[in-house]
Write a protein that binds this ligand. Structure first.
Ligand SMILES: [Zn+2]
Length: 304
């Protein structure tokens, strides 16, 4: 490497000028002036060679930093920090993993600088006034949550006005009796016939939220079947590769739209990101899943 740099340094205009001076001086006879010029030239070459090594070292360091910042290592976020309200209230099945998810969500927000997190099980924040100051709301919830009609209206209006909604795992196992919620999240949990290692295909490798996962990845988690799903109004990002599961297993039901796993959609000016993975602790500890959540949260906040 050093040798290459030293040769490269000879192509420096200053070095060429120095060579010409040396040639001129030598042409005038082997006098002391020529020897002095030659000595200066050698020093000049050494300095240039050292300078070249430093430049290469700098390039190498920059390249190493960009490798370290690849997906999975939580790259830096945009300048303005978002505010996330993370609701973890369970009125149906309560997932043991929820406390761990709150730590992960807080950590990736802090580590990236993208957002800070308020974790709550208290739905009293869901008013026009209480939601002020938040850029996005995230649900890891189940069942019929105790929001009044006015709170429901305020919440939907908050999203439609241009804020974000992030649903994870059992967020689709929530509010079956509230049509506006279905219109927000885009589908309902039906059942989970598979809880195993599966292959997940990236449905749109050009989408920056999931391009880093293309063409596919493996995960060991609980897999949801989704009902009442409309791919016409929803952008599917990830879907289950059906060849990685037993389609004859009791409860497995093929829908014409397959098994969507993650998607985005719009509700008014609002942005909605949902991912049905996240039952297992190991999923939350997977840097790929953490990156996916960070991407989804940032996108929902309008920052990606
Ligand atoms: Zn689950």
């Amino acid at each position: 490497m050093v040798e290459t740099v030293a040769q490269g340094a000879l192509f420096d205009p200053a070095a060429l000028q120095c060579q010409n001076q040396q040639a001129g001086a030598t042409g005038g006879g082997r006098n002391s002036a020529a020897r002095k010029a030659g000595s200066q030239m050698r020093r000049h070459r050494v300095i240039l060679a050292l300078f070249g090594v430093q430049i290469l070292a700098l390039i190498w360091a920059t390249k190493s930093a960009s490798i370290a910042a690849r997906p999975g290592s939580i790259p830096a976020a945009s300048a303005s920090k978002g505010h996330l309200l993370y609701l973890t209230l369970s009125k149906g099945f309560k997932h043991d993993v929820i406390p761990h998810t709150t730590e992960v969500i807080k950590q990736i927000g802090e580590q990236s600088g993208a957002y800070d997190t308020t974790v709550t099980e208290d739905v009293s924040l869901f008013t026009a006034e209480g939601l002020k100051g938040y850029d996005a709301v995230m649900f890891y919830t189940t069942g019929e949550l105790p929001l009044s009609d006015e709170q429901k209206r305020d919440f939907i209006e908050f999203i439609k006005a241009g804020h974000g909604f992030v649903g994870v795992h059992s967020a689709t196992d929530t509010f079956y009796m509230w049509k506006d919620y279905h219109d927000l999240i885009g589908g309902y949990f039906n059942s989970h016939p598979w809880h195993q290692q599966v292959k997940i295909d990236v449905a749109d490798a050009s989408d920056p939220l999931v391009s880093f996962l293309a063409p596919s990845f493996e995960v060991n988690d609980e897999l949801y079947q989704i009902d009442d799903f409309d791919p016409g109004t929803t952008h599917v990002l990830l879907r289950l590769d059906p060849s990685s599961v037993d389609l004859k297993k009791p409860g497995a039901r093929a829908k014409w739209y397959g098994w969507p796993v993650a998607w985005t959609r719009r509700d008014g000016q609002g942005r909605v990101f949902y991912c049905s993975l996240g039952h297992e602790r190991s999923t939350w500890d997977d840097p790929k899943f953490q990156q996916l959540m960070l991407n989804g949260i940032q996108w929902a906040m309008g920052k990606k």
